[in-house]
Design a protein around this ligand. Structure first.
Ligand SMILES: *Cc1c(COP(=O)(O)O)cnc(C)c1O
Length: 419
């Protein structure tokens, strides 16, 4: 459910016509609906009422400070995967005690900053990282709160690029080696082992793989508890999918119910790290048609947003629904919607039946709130686009459009070249 709807043939975000926003700030831009974001977070959070839990929003899905702050205001924590995301989380006002730090390649400086900030826990992903965190904590005179990310070897049945819980994936510590990793961590003096973690993949459309992962984790925790290790936090990661085209992922309430059935009475705090399911359908990318052209085989609609702004179609072959911002009864056409970038992989959609579009008209690329702006780049020296948040009939620019100065700000021409 979201608040992007037509009223008299005009696409609105909540109470504001999208055309009006485009007239004010130009195109392209990302547009988020405040009330959709709030609703998605609340529905997810409340679905787990009844057991102690913490929702750590996964910053990498969309790390804009305003969105982080919005979830912080709703009581959320943050799941970060880099020093930069940790910086953003703290800057947004997140409670350090609600920040979890995941990722296979945490650098020393990143570990130091996280210890300095006093985060809830590290999700360690290798034996060497466990030792590194211990060493740094020792040097800083601290005890690092630690959880171990276990790779349960479960097929999440999603796109191979976003499946993370199989033996061939780089993530976590193999579940068979996990007891040994726990014993190591438990022995080390500057660690406080408090949790277990897994994240098996993204855009999951079935609940069984996550339940299966949970069962494996529980079995392991029981064994660790028998050995005297107190595991208080069980983190199931994120991964719940959304509808882009015709997928039918479980509703958060159904997803939660399956997890609750399995975990009730297990005596631990459940951590969840949802990203896509919260922000994906709460955001769109608005773009303007520049030109159309056709040959015997193809009709192209060339728009002013490209793969640098939204890489999912070219990178994952992802489907995003394309809607005309002004909907009318017109002749339809089968078209490819493509961007201005000098790559044949620069497309937003292929083979779509759409009303005939004219230069200057606006299109909305739907379901672009997750892994949209956060994966955008400056390729082809294109300034990154603006981000706008709409609440009822008010709009707020939450990230200004970059300009050309921004593109070259960090670049230097060495003196010898200037002779
Ligand atoms: C990416 C990621 C998430 C969020 O995944 P979604 O599919 O967006 O919910 C959660 N936890 C970790 C460790 C991740 O890497």
């Amino acid at each position: 459910m979201h608040y992007f709807e037509y009223k008299n043939g005009e696409l609105y975000c909540e109470g504001l016509p999208i055309r009006e926003i485009a007239e004010k700030i130009g195109t392209p831009f990302y547009l988020y609906s405040y009330n959709t974001l709030v609703r998605h977070f609340r529905v997810f959070d409340e679905a787990f009422d009844g057991i102690p839990h913490l929702i750590c929003y996964s910053a990498k899905a969309n790390s804009n400070l305003a969105l982080l702050r919005l979830f912080v205001n709703l009581g959320g924590g943050v799941d970060v995967v880099s020093g930069g995301e940790l910086y953003r989380a703290l800057k947004s006002g997140a409670d350090p005690k609600k920040i979890v730090f995941s990722g296979v390649g945490k650098k020393e400086e990143e570990i130091e900053s996280a210890l300095q900030a006093g985060i809830l826990l590290f999700n360690a992903e290798s034996f060497q990282e466990i030792e590194k965190i211990n060493e740094i904590a020792g040097r800083m005179g601290k005890k690092a709160p630690l959880s171990i990310r276990v790779n349960p070897d479960i097929d999440p049945k999603t796109h191979p690029y976003i499946s993370t819980g199989l033996k061939q994936n780089k993530f976590g510590i193999d579940i068979l080696q996990a007891p040994e990793a726990y014993r190591l961590a438990f022995r080390l003096p500057h660690l406080k082992v408090i949790g277990i973690d897994c994240h098996i993949g993204s855009q999951l459309v079935e609940v069984e793989p996550i339940v299966e992962a949970l069962r494996k984790l529980k079995t392991l925790v029981e064994r660790l508890r028998e050995e005297g290790m107190e595991i208080q936090y069980l983190d199931l990661g994120g991964g719940l999918g959304i509808t882009y085209e015709d997928e039918e992922p479980p509703h958060p309430v159904e997803y939660a119910a399956n997890i609750l059935d399995e975990i009730r009475g297990f005596d631990c705090t459940l951590i969840l790290e949802p990203g896509r399911v919260i922000v994906g359908n709460a955001g769109i990318l608005v773009s303007k048609v520049l030109y159309t052209k056709e040959n015997e085989e193809k009709r192209f609609v060339i728009v002013d947003a490209g793969m640098n702004d939204l890489v999912r179609p070219s990178y994952y072959g992802s489907y995003h629904q394309i809607l005309p911002v002004k909907e009318e009864m017109r002749k339809t056409r089968v078209v490819d919607i493509v961007g201005p970038i000098c790559e044949s992989s620069d497309f937003l959609a292929k083979g779509r039946t759409l009303q005939e579009l004219q230069p200057g008209e606006l299109v909305a690329v739907m379901s672009a709130g997750a892994y949209g702006f956060s994966m955008s780049t400056n390729y082809n020296s294109r300034p990154r686009v603006a981000e706008v948040l709409v609440r009822d009939t008010e709009m707020f620019i939450i990230r200004e459009r970059e300009d050309y100065e921004d593109l070259v700000r960090k670049e230097r021409i060495p003196d010898f070249l200037l002779m």
